[in-house]
Design a protein around this ligand. Structure first.
Ligand SMILES: Nc1ncnc2c1ncn2[C@@H]1O[C@H](COP(=O)(O)OP(=O)(O)OP(=O)(O)O)[C@@H](O)[C@H]1O
Ligand SMILES: [Mg+2]
Length: 255
């Protein structure tokens, strides 16, 4: 029952330091997650407490195998947890049925997977249109919005390509377009720039920030890429299954 009040001092906030109270978009309390059973069981998350505020872009860093992807999957409701509470955009994921959770995720979240998870038989534009089609958007409109989003990630000339005919970085950009197309309230990104060169990584982070971060939205980005730290408002470090520190990111003065 520690830190149940979501105390701001232990969270090292806020990004802009303007003193205004920001509403909590994601509240994680006492999250525990193990894989396997018996002697081979591994506890990956050992009691995570974390707040993410509306209007911010939170970076999540930490050693490989430390549990970052596991935490993102739990927050997105893709993974069942063993203990703790997860409150996302004002709803308790912990108490939702799997079906309700899936619909809730489709309506409110975008997820950029570490493995791109594109559907191999669909073109780039069709892949990007999938979240809209699931929401009931008509095919013609979904595809046209898909193509527009692909233009924004610099792939306007690749909309009808299948994933296997795209480079790794291009596939990553299709996955990013798919996560952004329905303008999610919570955007969850697992190493979104890992397959991209410097300029494309910067461009994509600008897009993620512009689309994802608004007063009524927030973004969580797992990354090892120090070149994109400047896009974050705060950085949380996950080590050995625990959040060991959260601090605001000092922004360089921009012209
Ligand atoms: N489905 C699973 N079954 C068993 N173990 C798993 C499963 N998923 C993850 N793990 C284990 O949980 C640990 C954390 O994995 P996770 O993918 O969350 O790490 P990560 O911090 O994202 O690492 P990386 O930076 O390399 O992506 C790893 O030791 C991994 O082997
Ligand atoms: Mg990972």
């Amino acid at each position: 029952m520690t830190a149940m009040d979501g105390s701001s001092q232990s969270q090292g906030r806020t990004a802009e330091g303007n003193g205004a109270e920001q509403a909590i978009a994601v509240q994680v309390r006492g999250l525990v997650k193990s894989f396997g059973s018996g002697e081979t069981a591994v506890t990956v998350l050992k009691g995570i407490d974390l707040n993410v505020y509306f209007g911010e872009l939170l970076l999540l860093v930490g050693e490989s195998g430390g549990g970052k992807t596991t935490l993102l999957s739990a927050i997105a409701g893709i993974l069942d947890i063993d203990a703790g509470d997860l409150d996302v955009l004002g709803s308790s994921l912990t108490n939702m049925s799997p079906g309700t959770r899936t619909r809730f995720r489709g309506r409110t979240m975008g997820f950029i997977y570490q493995q791109f998870n594109l559907l191999p038989a669909l073109t780039a534009a069709e892949n990007v249109a999938v979240p809209l089609l699931i929401q009931g958007t008509r095919k013609k409109e979904a595809l046209s919005r898909g193509r527009l989003m692909l233009e924004r990630v610099g792939l306007g000339d690749r909309t009808e390509f299948l994933p296997r005919n795209l480079s790794g970085g291009q596939q990553q950009r299709v996955a990013i377009a798919r996560a952004l197309v329905n303008e999610p309230q919570l955007l969850v990104c697992d190493e979104p720039t890992a397959a991209l060169d410097g300029p494309n990584g910067q461009k994509i982070m600008e897009l993620i920030r512009d689309v994802g971060r608004a007063p009524d939205r927030c973004v969580i980005v797992v990354t090892h890429d120090s070149r994109i730290f400047q896009f974050g408002d705060r950085m949380a470090e996950l080590t050995d299954g625990r959040i060991v520190g959260i601090h605001p990111i000092q922004r360089e003065a921009t012209a």
